[in-house]
Write a protein that binds this ligand. Structure first.
Ligand code: SF4
Ligand code: MG
Length: 325
């Protein structure tokens, strides 16, 4: 598959200053990330909160500039575009957020919320707006009558459908969802995921899902990139990666979800601060397999996994079976 979006060696640090403005370090939000996503493909970026996934998402859409690295969309280098050209590109790249309540203006009717991108990008003449909004609402499983209503009149799941209709309005080629179903009940999550899956395949969209929830990821992703403290530690096809995770961090995440082998040890300890993160392998402070080399040498992402011991670790299933009850 040809990639629609490609990112190379992205770095984004945020300086941390003390009370009198002296630089005291930097949050290493994203530290050398490369990835790509093709039309019709869903890539999930997975990790605990604070691992840099949302910053990575904003870099990928050109919403913030990287310190280093490149993002190419449809062959075009985003960091080279003028602000006006970048704004025009937004039409092709849309975002869905976790909290549809916050992303919809409470003073806008659904009609106005969904029509806004149509006007912004001059997609249909005013006279055609009502019909276009009606068709977008139908597409996301709502009805044209919903256009006259206000966000507060809807359930969380319906509001997320409105947010999806709004994201679809400009006819994007790529959608990035930052925890798009995390605020919803599990049964509603499944419906919204089903809707997204259908839209991705019918419209040939590229979809980037940012999520901490492997249960959600399993339902929709073709490929998964696991992020830990600003770096990708494992990457691969979703089914294989979730069935047989290779990186100790992925294994720990995997063991923590139902059906993941509850007897396996969960990730012990807290996520270290992304300000001046651990040397060598950033997971070494929590890894049960840590060796000397891990503390000093950064493991490269090779053959889909960034771990010095990847070839020596026991198979995942064996890890699960060996644990006492
Ligand atoms: Fe654990 Fe070392 Fe592998 Fe890092 S490189 S995950 S510390 S074994
Ligand atoms: Mg986040």
């Amino acid at each position: 598959m040809t990639a629609l979006l490609e990112a190379y060696d992205l770095v984004k640090h945020f300086p941390v200053r003390d009370a009198i403005g002296r630089k005291r370090g930097a949050v290493h939000a994203v530290d050398g990330v490369s990835l790509s996503v093709a039309a019709g493909e869903t890539l999930a970026i997975v990790g605990e909160s604070g691992c840099g996934k949302s910053t990575l998402g904003r870099l990928l859409l050109g919403l913030i500039p990287p310190d280093e690295g490149q993002v190419r969309f449809g062959g075009e280098e985003l960091t080279q575009l003028s602000p006006a050209a970048l704004r025009a590109r937004r039409r092709d790249m849309q975002m869905i957020f976790q909290d549809p309540y916050a992303s919809l203006d409470p003073r806008q009717t659904v009609q106005d919320a969904v029509a806004e991108p149509l006007r912004l990008h001059r997609i249909v003449p005013r006279a055609g707006e009502i019909a276009r909004v009606a068709s977008l609402l139908t597409r996301v499983g709502l009805s044209p009558e919903h256009a006259r209503r206000w966000p507060h009149e809807f359930s969380g799941g319906q509001r997320q459908r409105v947010a999806i209709a709004r994201a679809l309005a400009s006819g994007p080629r790529l959608i990035l969802g930052d925890e798009p179903v995390s605020a919803l009940d599990v049964s509603v999550q499944a419906q919204v995921i089903e809707l997204l899956r259908g839209l991705i395949s019918e419209m040939g969209l590229a979809f980037i899902l940012i999520s901490h929830d492997l249960g959600v990821v399993r339902q929709i992703a073709d490929r998964v990139a696991v992020m830990y403290l600003g770096r990708i530690v494992e990457e691969g096809p979703s089914e294989a990666l979730l069935a047989a995770p290779r990186h100790p961090y992925t294994r720990a995440l995997r063991a923590a979800v139902p059906g993941g082998g509850r007897r396996a040890a969960p990730v012990s300890g807290d996520v270290p601060s992304p300000i001046n993160p651990p040397s060598g392998c950033r997971f070494h402070t929590r890894c049960p397999h840590v060796e000397d080399i891990c503390r000093s040498v950064v493991p490269p992402l090779a053959d889909g996994v960034a771990c010095h011991l990847a070839d020596r670790l026991p198979p995942f299933a064996a890890v699960v079976d060996r644990q006492p009850n």
